[in-house]
Design a protein around this ligand. Structure first.
Ligand code: HEM
Length: 392
């Protein structure tokens, strides 16, 4: 198995991993995201990955990192194997994720292991089901109000969209009583901004407790028609911080889907293919694993840089266009916007229903699409805005 030269290891960090980190992995930073779009950071990252594969071949590429074993995956079949064999021997709870997510969800399934992980995963799978509550009705309601506001100003901007989206998210997760609890999601926002720095930022335990208490208050009401009604509050309170956090990504995906004229669930799928909101999937091996005849030691970090697989013109006929025909069952094992295998995003159906409903409610009333192929590799969602239709 090839080992990257020091220079190429440097390139992988400088062009692929650090720009992704700079944008903010847990909470997107507006200035760095705008800069990345201007610098076409993702196009440069994908080009670097392509060169690495041409130089070293398709097998996992070991990077030279002192004191650690790190492998960059370059082949979709290896991605499929890594995800299929999670959480053991390829654990989702990597050192980096634990350091970041502990800031706001110390008991989240994603950083849990063993029996606790299995129990928490079951809670997520049980509750995150769009068929159990009327997600579409909540979204339609909020879309209606948002459109009224947009017609007044002539435009739908990211800021107005985000406010409506958070209202919908709080209602879906916690119930209508939490609809206006902006302070709750603002507290989470602060904790997430710190989480971007993982172990470099001290944890604010007092703020986290305040957030958790408030969240628990909402969950204990178990309001009918919300996810809070679907399980005991003491179990949900461990997982709900992740749900609220992840609704942010779903909103970003929805707004981007609007920009390309996406429709329904396929529109959301394509949005997260073109601009994956989880651009790096990490796993850490719990024991030595064999890859194409070579053993990699336990505690190897495996890196999947998702945009490389999602925009590969050698494998996808319309890599840089809106191509809804890719879904729902992609022929290519490298298309993994929601991850795959036993660690696949348990919220994906909820995302597809909520995002798809918002998309379909807004699209007929706005001048879309605003983007045309070839679609850019980086898209700054903070800068998106749409004109309302004059014939509306
Ligand atoms: C555009 C929206 C979303 C995308 C693209 C997305 C994608 C992903 C990905 C790629 C993972 C795997 C992470 C890893 O392996 O480290 C994941 C995990 C997870 N997602 Fe999502 N997600 C989205 C929204 C949501 C929402 C709205 C919820 C809940 C309401 C949710 C709940 C979860 C949970 C609980 C996990 C952890 C699963 C585990 O550890 O087994 N996600 N998601």
């Amino acid at each position: 198995m090839a080992v990257a030269s020091r220079l190429d290891t440097g390139r992988a960090f400088a062009k692929v991993l650090l720009p992704t980190l700079a944008k903010g992995v847990i909470l997107r930073r507006p200035s760095a995201t705008a800069l990345a779009a201007k610098a076409r950071a993702d196009a440069a990252a994908v080009a670097t990955m392509k060169r690495l594969r041409e130089r070293y071949g398709p097998q996992p590429l070991r990077l030279r990192v002192t004191g650690r074993s790190v492998a960059l995956l370059l082949d979709p079949l290896d991605v499929a194997r890594l995800l299929a064999e999670s959480p053991s021997p390829f654990a989702l709870a990597t050192v980096e994720k634990r350091a970041a997510l502990k800031h706001f969800q110390p008991h989240g399934v994603l950083i849990s292991t063993g029996r606790e992980r299995a129990r928490r995963r079951a809670v997520n799978e049980d509750v995150l089901r769009p068929d159990k509550i009327d997600v579409r009705a909540i979204v339609a309601d909020e879309a209606d109000l948002l459109l009224r506001h947009a017609r007044g100003t002539g435009r739908l901007t990211w800021d107005s969209f985000a406010q409506a989206w958070w209202r919908a998210a709080r209602r879906i997760v916690l119930g209508s009583f939490a609809r206006e609890d902006v302070e709750l999601t603002d507290m989470l926002q602060t904790l997430r901004a710190n989480a971007n720095w993982a172990y470099l930022h001290p944890r604010r335990e007092a703020l986290r407790r305040r957030f958790e208490d408030r969240l628990c208050g909402h969950l204990e009401r178990g309001e009918p028609g919300s996810l809070a009604s679907l399980g005991p509050a003491d179990e949900l309170v461990e997982q709900a911080p992740h749900w609220l956090f992840a609704f942010d990504a779903a909103g970003i995906a929805t707004m981007r889907a609007l920009a390309i004229g996406g429709e329904g669930e396929a529109g959301i799928w394509e949005s997260v293919r073109l601009w994956p909101t989880t651009p790096v999937i990490l796993r850490e091996s719990t024991e030595p694993t064999r890859w194409h005849g070579t053993w990699l030691p336990a505690r190897t970090t495996f890196i999947v840089f998702v945009p490389y697989f999602h925009r590969d013109p050698d494998r996808l006929s319309r890599a840089d266009s809106y191509a809804p025909e890719n879904w729902p069952a992609p022929a290519d094992p490298g298309l993994v916007p929601f991850s795959g295998g036993p660690g696949i995003c348990p919220g994906r159906d909820l995302v597809l229903v909520a995002g798809g409903a918002m998309l379909d409610a807004l699209r007929p009333h706005l001048d879309v699409p605003t983007l045309h192929p070839p679609l850019p590799a980086t898209l700054n969602h903070f800068g998106l805005s749409f004109v309302t239709r004059s014939d509306d």
